[in-house]
Ligand binder design. Structure first.
Ligand code: ADP
Length: 348
């Protein structure tokens, strides 16, 4: 096969690819391979270009055994790490000296690596979150069987703590199932016609007892005309419940939580007619370092307070997925010492 034809074939491979013949020199490489490994590689010994020990080993073994090999090639472009899977395949009858050559292709598998890392982190987080209340429950069962067996007052107190811990586990499992459902439906557009004023009024009504317990005044500012959108009323109720509940729990010390509904004919955030629902509290606010990560699962700005209040750390993750499903946006602004504004922008 002519060198030109070889170069043509390698350049048509849609990912970094190069060829090494039995003289151990690189005889062809495409543009992606040059971008990844350096420009002037033709004619050079592969070990001076590939450099990483596991990659050199795979290439050597493939040349020697005339068989396939695969390994990882790690790269960093200065900004981020990228992981490639390098696959070597032996081709007969190619190269300057007869005996064939090895074709090596580099497939970017960074997203797969990240997904499996995320899965491992998620399982570790869930296990940790479940183990904490479970350990407490097991401890109290032991105590009730032993030292507190005949102590009626202690028994009541411990049973109350056990109920709280069991409720915490129940909330966590409920939120996990919710998150799962919301994620699995994320690509299905909601179809229901609903009216936001009524939905928010009834959401606030159901949160009144919580607000009263926390000494917080809830208010709703809405236009007289009903604001209609296409959405999923159960999911949107969950969004506003989570946000108002957070505003009461974390921002309640400000004494008031206001919900505003503001429709507009054109909103730059969604490039069309939209409605903004803002949940405003005058509490301690959130440090700006936390804002970019707030909607990650199990991320808490104030871990101690979240746990004390029975938070699962999943509320805002659920909100984000539901808002995404509605092709909307979630914005969080916060001023330390002054309070926070959570804005949900929904297309109309
Ligand atoms: P949690 O179950 O912990 O409430 P969320 O996902 O609902 O989980 O919220 C994540 C974190 O964001 C909370 O732990 C809290 O630290 C912070 N947060 C949310 N809303 C507010 C708010 N209105 N004011 C201050 N902090 C807030």
């Amino acid at each position: 096969m002519s060198e030109d034809l070889l170069a043509e074939i390698v350049s048509a491979i849609p990912m970094p690819a190069l060829m090494v013949d039995q003289t151990e020199r690189i005889i062809a490489a495409n543009t992606d391979a040059r971008t990844l490994l350096g420009q002037n590689m033709l004619g050079r010994h592969f070990a001076t270009i590939l450099r990483q020990p596991q990659v050199i080993d795979a290439m050597e073994q493939s040349l020697r055994s005339k068989g396939p090999r695969k390994t990882r090639h790690l790269s960093n472009d200065g900004a981020q790490d990228t992981t490639f899977e390098m696959q070597c395949r032996y081709m007969n009858g190619i190269g300057a000296v007869s005996g064939g050559a090895v074709l090596a292709v580099f497939q970017d598998i960074t997203h797969l690596e990240q997904a499996s890392q995320m899965r491992r982190d998620f399982v570790a987080n869930v296990s940790h979150e479940l183990r904490t209340p479970l350990t407490a429950l097991m401890g109290f069962i032991e105590t009730l069987r032993g030292p507190a067996r005949e102590d009626a007052a202690a028994r009541d107190r411990f049973l109350q703590i056990m109920t709280d811990e069991a409720n915490r586990m129940n909330r966590l499992v409920g939120d996990l199932l919710s998150l799962n459902r919301v994620e699995s439906e994320e690509r299905v557009r909601p179809k229901e016609q609903l009216e936001l004023n009524g939905l928010l009024e009834s959401t606030l009504n159901s949160l009144k007892p919580l607000a009263e317990d926390a000494d917080v005044v809830l208010s709703l500012t809405a236009p007289d005309d009903p604001v209609s959108i296409t959405g999923d009323s159960d999911q949107l109720r969950q969004v506003f419940t989570n946000l108002v509940e957070n505003a009461i729990k974390y921002g309640g010390s400000g004494g008031s939580v206001e919900v505003r509904i503001a429709p507009s004919e054109r909103d730059t955030a969604v490039r069309g007619p939209a409605v903004r629902v803002q949940i405003v509290d005058k509490g301690p606010g959130i440090d700006s370092v936390h804002l970019p990560r707030l909607t990650e699962r199990f991320y808490r700005a104030d871990s101690h307070r979240s746990r004390q209040l029975g938070g699962t750390g999943l509320g805002l993750a659920i909100v984000k997925h539901i808002v995404n499903r509605h092709r909307g946006r979630l914005r969080v602004e916060s001023d330390l010492g002054k309070g926070s504004v959570f804005t949900v922008i929904l297309p109309r």
